[in-house]
Write a protein that binds this ligand. Structure first.
Ligand code: ADP
Ligand code: ASP
Ligand code: MG
Length: 421
């Protein structure tokens, strides 16, 4: 018997009909002779709706209470799914994150898993039941408080359980047929990848391809879990995220895909004295906010003023906090002013083959120029090139770059459900 972990995203369990459809699929996997552990997300856009509700009653809701609220979403789906399976004559038991043994650190809203003790899940499957686990949640071992793993965190729950239970595969069921060369909602001609290396998937996830959550990919790579991203709306094979071993060669496409991130903002510190130590001062201040800053650009200083500008990108959600923290230190650092811009988008081209090919940046910049898209910032890693553009030009930019790198497929990619929120 093999043990399979299946994760169903919010778009796959959006209503009663979908829950019954998913229940049927789980039962079929069980009937085929597998042990099945299921991780489930909140129905449809429920998490977003709960966040909206929280900010209506309090402008800055307490982290502890927000986590308590949000974990309710996954509890609703897990119980409904267990009921639907039982109604089909199969034994199913649902468990919260804490009951499933997901111990985390204390960080509300972005807790990290520190240990997984799935004793009750083991007992359930040993007794022949299908175990259903609420995704995205755990408990702080110190205080016993409920925590959440960050948006998209159900993917991480699934991978962590797959690792702890020694599952054969971790199947991530969603509303598209797998990982594509670009978001099929933006590029209908995007092509499904049969395989993608975890290294490439990490870069794509980090750059905003939310089909898989970055921490899940990291966790899978560290623990050797095989991820299969596929659609819950058909039986097509999806995309395997593979972890090539040292020395193993995999055929590397030049470009794996393009990711877009519309969730970032840009802060420019204007009029910074161009003397040693200022960048250190500024980023030491920013570091106290624990915001995840990404691209950094420092302009050449104008010789007559001895002043320069420093810009960096960060998640929009951290924008107000970082602006305020910097503003508090304006006199001490001695900069002139701050500018905040949240109408930016980040486009990233990712591919392991970039390491060995040249001319990729030239081709990328030419495609953007021909599409009339202005580049505001550039950063590169070994297997990625990212650029910042205006948000309202990024969709045209992705399509142009997709075509320039000959990534277009013959079929139109199907998005089966979901609001894309
Ligand atoms: P779920 O509800 O299953 O968690 P998500 O909305 O989190 O689903 O992720 C699936 C969505 O990810 C797709 O509907 C698609 O719009 C988006 N997406 C972004 N980039 C990609 C990509 N490269 N390949 C496939 N889907 C992508
Ligand atoms: N429901 C949570 C979210 O929307 C977790 C998840 O779906 O993975 O972020
Ligand atoms: Mg998701």
């Amino acid at each position: 018997m093999s043990l399979i972990v299946q994760k169903y995203g919010g778009s796959s369990v959006a209503d009663a009909v979908s829950i019954k459809r998913v229940a049927k699929r789980i039962v079929e996997t069980r009937k085929a002779g597998n042990e099945v552990v299921v991780v489930v997300s909140a129905m449809g856009d429920m998490t977003d709706e709960l966040v909206d509700l929280a900010t209506e009653v309090a402008p800055l809701p307490s982290g502890r209470e927000l986590d308590m609220l949000l974990t309710a979403g996954e509890r609703i789906s897990m119980a409904l799914l267990a009921m639907a399976i039982k109604a089909m004559g199969f034994e199913a038991r649902s468990y919260t994150g804490s009951q499933a043994g997901m111990a985390t650190d204390a960080r509300h809203g972005s807790a990290r898993i520190v240990e997984v003790n799935p004793t009750r899940i083991r007992e359930a499957i040993d007794a022949g039941a299908i175990a259903i686990v609420a995704g995205f949640q755990g408990f702080n071992r110190g205080t016993g408080d409920i925590t959440t793993l960050g948006r998209g965190g159900s993917d991480t729950t699934a991978v962590a359980l797959a690792a702890a239970l020694g599952a054969e595969v971790c199947e991530i069921y969603t509303d598209v047929d797998g990982v594509f060369t670009a978001d099929p909602r933006i590029v209908p001609t995007a092509r499904k990848l049969e395989r993608v290396t975890s290294e490439e998937m990490l870069e794509l996830a980090a750059a905003g391809a939310k089909v898989l959550y970055i921490r899940a990919v990291e966790y899978a790579r560290r623990h050797g879990v095989i991820i299969h991203v596929r659609s819950s709306f058909n039986n097509n094979e999806g995309t395997l995220v593979v972890n090539p071993q040292e020395g193993e060669t995999v055929e590397e496409a030049m470009i794996a895909g393009i990711a877009v991130d519309l969730g970032e903002a840009k802060i420019t510190v204007v009029g910074v004295p161009d003397v040693p130590g200022k960048a250190a001062e500024i980023f030491t201040i920013v570091a106290t906010t624990e915001a995840n800053i990404d691209m950094i650009v420092q302009n050449v200083s104008a010789a007559d003023t001895g002043l320069t500008d420093i810009s960096f990108t960060l998640p929009m959600a951290d924008g107000a906090r970082v602006m305020q923290t910097l503003l508090n230190e304006k006199e001490r650092v001695g900069f002139e002013s701050l500018q905040y811009d949240d109408q930016i988008a980040k486009l990233a081209l990712v591919g392991a083959g970039m390491r060995t090919s040249s001319g990729i940046s030239a081709k990328l910049f030419t495609a953007l120029y021909e599409a009339g898209v202005n580049i505001e910032m550039i950063s590169t890693s070994e297997i990625r090139i990212s650029v910042v553009t205006r948000a309202d030009t990024v969709e045209d930019a992705v399509r142009a770059v997709h075509t320039a790198f000959e990534l277009d497929g013959d079929d139109v990619a199907v998005v089966h459900a979901g609001s894309g929120r």
